[in-house]
Design a protein around this ligand. Structure first.
Ligand code: TEU
Ligand code: CA
Length: 521
């Protein structure tokens, strides 16, 4: 084992570790999770009714994608009131009940704060666009001419500037034109947005996933030299300016006004670990940041080893805590990206849940889902992301727990890949996720032990987590040949992606396309 990736994560005893470091966070995309009133759209009561399931699975925290009031041009990422719940999802009273029920089960709840832009139906924008002198005139980014060459996301090759009457000016929108960018250079905007955080922390939420948080600082009156290259994806993944860090420190101070480790995880959509890590600041900006370089890595052992080691080499010297994410509501599900086999999805689950840092599980990945095939007439997302947002199949019945249908078609194989069916089969991928979550709780070294990766150049990723008293070896065999580890003969296997005879002693052999977590004898 190489020792160069050792870190001092384990030096803190488990009880000193904040919840967001040991937790497994489960992303709920509320439209597609569970529908309580049978209008075909998931809702807050639906989430609440499934907390038994999430507790059975063993997750520690929920990140709830936006449930704020919204015209739904971007399915909730276009907010028209940060301090209310959209009627399609329920009411503020439903949110209070959800927060309380999570807490009574020892689960944390994080909301999805959308600070870069509002909906064009937000009263702030309605006022701002009405003329050039109203009190909100400077709350958005207005110019007489497009101030730069930036492209919008979620549309192909569309300018990020939209002409608007009656101001006879252009406004900036890095996403849809129904999502005007807020002007964070205006201190009134910054204060108003801080108050939206306080509103929810007063109601008890434990933290926030912060949507495209690296965009709240911009150098607007400047062309981007790489923009032509970025035409297909938009300006977002190129934007990285110093002022954002000052604003993140101010946001951190708002979180720190509250008791109880209120946490932030930023969607820093920069495909470069060295840039991404800056958003942790000196421990005074984000608590956690997503890591899209890892998410987009190929299912290939050398590529993954490189991304893991690169990530840790940037984070560890700063004491920044890593996150690991394979799927979310914006990208094709990872089983699909990794070639479609369940074997790969199982090995990926072991990797996700044993790397050093906070793992995020996207609803449905524990069922091994791939994306729904959405026929052209059923496409609703302008960004082409409907497939990964398909509703969760709860039962093997024809309606899969959505009695009057659902807003999107079900994923493939829903007759077999549904919660009810997989719960009954202890060899299922769902039970694998559950076993991994149990193993993390029973063996805290898997949460916060040191990490060291074996130096190899084959199709197998091998690393150890060391808790001081016990060492655990994780073997991820992505290759096509089985591999024998002599020193693991007789070891206790905590988790295996292939069924094993519980009474037989471990022979140290890890078959092709499989993974184990073993206690080193
Ligand atoms: O996503 C930001 C983001 O980087 C995506 O737009 C990504 O580039 C795109 O989905 C291609 O994969 C966040 C939210 O997660 C997304 O759902 C929103 O649409 C977007 O911000 C705007 O709020
Ligand atoms: Ca509903």
């Amino acid at each position: 084992m190489q020792n160069d990736m050792q870190n001092d994560m384990q030096k803190t005893m488990p009880h000193d570790i904040p919840w967001w470091q040991t937790a497994v966070v489960y992303q709920v995309y509320p439209r597609s999770f569970s529908d309580s009133n049978f209008d075909g759209i998931g809702d807050l009561e639906g989430v609440r009714s499934r907390l038994d399931y999430l507790q059975w699975l063993g997750v520690d925290a929920i990140w709830l994608s936006p449930m704020f009031r919204s015209p739904m041009a971007d399915f909730g990422y276009d907010v028209s009131d940060y301090c209310d719940v959209d009627p399609v999802f329920g009411s503020l009273a439903d949110m209070d009940a959800l927060i309380q029920d999570c807490h009574s089960r020892g689960m944390k709840l994080m909301l999805d704060w959308v600070p870069n832009h509002t909906s064009d139906e937000h009263p702030w924008f309605v006022e701002s666009r009405s003329d050039r002198t109203n009190p909100k005139a400077d709350w958005y980014v207005w110019r007489d001419e497009p101030a730069n060459n930036w492209f919008a996301e979620l549309t192909t090759g569309q300018s990020a500037w939209q002409f608007d009457e009656p101001r006879n000016q252009y406004y900036l929108h890095l996403f849809l034109r129904q999502q005007p960018d807020l002007n964070w250079d205006n201190p009134e905007v910054e204060m108003a947005m801080h108050d939206t955080l306080r509103f929810w922390m007063d109601r008890g939420v434990d933290g926030f996933r912060m949507d495209v948080i690296h965009l709240i600082g911009k150098e607007i009156d400047r062309n981007d030299p790489d923009e032509a290259f970025a035409k297909q994806q938009g300006h977002g993944s190129l934007n990285d300016v110093a002022i954002t860090h000052e604003r993140l420190r101010a946001i951190r101070r708002v979180l720190d006004e509250y008791e109880g480790d209120r946490a932030s995880v930023g969607e820093v959509y920069l495909l470069d670990e060295a840039k991404m890590v800056e958003y942790y600041g000196a421990g005074d900006e984000l608590h956690l940041s997503f890591n899209f370089s890892f998410l987009w890595a190929r299912w290939d052992a050398p590529a993954l080893r490189t991304r893991i080691l690169t990530t840790l080499s940037h984070l560890q010297p700063r004491g920044a805590w890593p996150t690991w994410v394979l799927s979310n509501h914006d990208v094709p599900r990872h089983r699909q990206r990794y070639g479609g086999t369940e074997e790969a999805a199982r090995v990926a689950a072991v990797m996700l849940l044993t790397l050093p840092g906070t793992p995020f599980v996207y609803q449905g990945e524990e069922l091994g889902l791939i994306d729904a095939v959405v026929p052209p007439e059923q496409v609703v997302d302008p960004g082409g992301r409907d497939g990964c947002r398909a509703p969760i199949p709860w039962t093997a019945d024809a309606d899969h727990g959505w009695p009057l249908g659902s807003w999107l078609p079900f994923p493939p194989e829903a007759d077999d890949r549904n919660v009810g069916t997989l719960q009954q089969n202890t060899d299922s991928i769902l039970h694998l996720y559950r076993n991994l979550l149990q193993a993390r709780r029973g063996h805290p070294a898997l949460q916060s032990g040191t990490f060291s990766m074996s130096d190899r150049d084959d199709d197998v990723i091998v690393y150890e987590r060391d808790g001081g008293e016990r060492r655990y070896r994780v073997v991820l065999n992505l290759g096509s040949e089985s591999l024998a580890f002599d020193d693991l003969r007789g070891a206790t296997v905590l988790v295996s992606t292939v069924p094993r005879d519980a009474f037989a002693s471990f022979d140290g052999v890890v078959p092709a396309q499989s993974a184990v977590v073993a206690m080193v004898p």
